[in-house]
Design a protein. Structure first.
Length: 73
């Protein structure tokens, strides 16, 4: 879930940092649909625009992709 959005953020991180700085971004698919100063503003803006659909909210400056590596047996 949200693989497309995470890939977009990871591959455009420098560009997004230059354009949006430390703002909280709302990413749907491969598009930034909002940029907000606080996570609360981002949540309210996302609910108004996207309803209950899945979106990624994060700041490019501190977003880290989690990686799961299964144990090797």
């Amino acid at each position: 879930m949200l693989e497309t959005e995470i890939t977009f953020l990871d591959s455009h991180r420098e560009e997004l940092l230059q354009q949006y700085g430390g703002k909280f971004l709302v990413i749907k698919g491969q598009q930034v649909t909002g940029a907000f100063d606080t996570v609360d503003e981002a949540l309210r803006g996302t609910a108004a625009e996207h309803g209950l659909s899945s979106v990624l909210i994060g700041r490019p400056i501190d977003f880290q992709t989690e990686v799961f590596i299964p144990p090797w047996r």
